[in-house]
Design a binder for this molecule. Sequence first.
Ligand SMILES: [Fe+2]
Ligand SMILES: [Fe+2]
Length: 332
Amino acid sequence: MTSTLEPTATTQQVDPFQTYEQRLRTLSEASVEQHFDAFVDIDWDHPDFAIDPTDERWILPEVDVLGGHPWYRGLPQDERIRIGLYRQANVTKVGLQFEQILIAGLMNYALGLPNGSPEFRYSTHEATEECHHTQMFQEFVNRSGQPVTGGSRFFRTIGPLLPLAAKAVPFAFFYGVLAGEEPIDHVQKTILRAGDEMHPLLQRIMQIHVAEEARHIGFAHQYLEHKAPRLKRSERAILSVIVPVIMKWLCNEILVPSRQARKDMGIPKEVMKDLYWDSPESRKFLRDLFGDVRMLADSTGIRNPVSRRLWRALGIDGRSSRFRSQPASAAG
Ligand SMILES: [Fe+2]
Ligand SMILES: [Fe+2]
């Protein structure tokens, strides 16, 4: 446990003179130095953290795609509160389902590593942290009292098979990890940066999550950059096509409400179309989510003229970040 919620310097800066092994060691040491326990670092029973389903702080912030939409903003206040709490509980539920898949995948991946492998220690630190995240997220969902089911039925059905990819095709798996972690991290950071008055329990959860995700995303970037030069030409060609598809699919699973969630929230079909992803605002939001991944896809050599078209067709093309976590406005 530690009191600071800011990502440690070691997670944000990459020393160009460090070897891959040293960088992974730095990440592991940062995990020892700064980590959180869902039931030590959150005072769940503190009166300020109580969830009142009529609390207006559940109204979605304008930086949220749904929260900024004229349909949502035109609803009576009690409806905005009801939908806001449901929406935040459901996104949390999808996040935890994604993390369950990730933990299982990390274990499969670690099972195949030889003695002395530099990845073993860090991937296990990451799995430990994700276990705490799943507990923290589920506790929030339970206390919200919302009957949320998280991802789509399809996602929940094939979810148990996805961890198998971690052992069979770890390079694609770690891109999949980023496909889930980048959108969640981007959304949470945008909400925290906006500084609107939010419920302190959700704020605490997001701060803890953002602080630890910086390392997880850092590891995936390090791993992919390190392994990329060892890819065969044919592997690179296949990845150039499947990576943007995985990115868009998992991003949709996390951000687009499932059929059940849409029904429960009462979002009309035409508003759904507008939100995901027809309106200019939502298109920009979608493109901005992937600035860091585009940068990584460029540096790992899996964006070529053919796959660029696919990135564009899927609505996730745009300028690449110049450095990790560059705010979207600065990336242009
Ligand atoms: Fe997490
Ligand atoms: Fe993570």
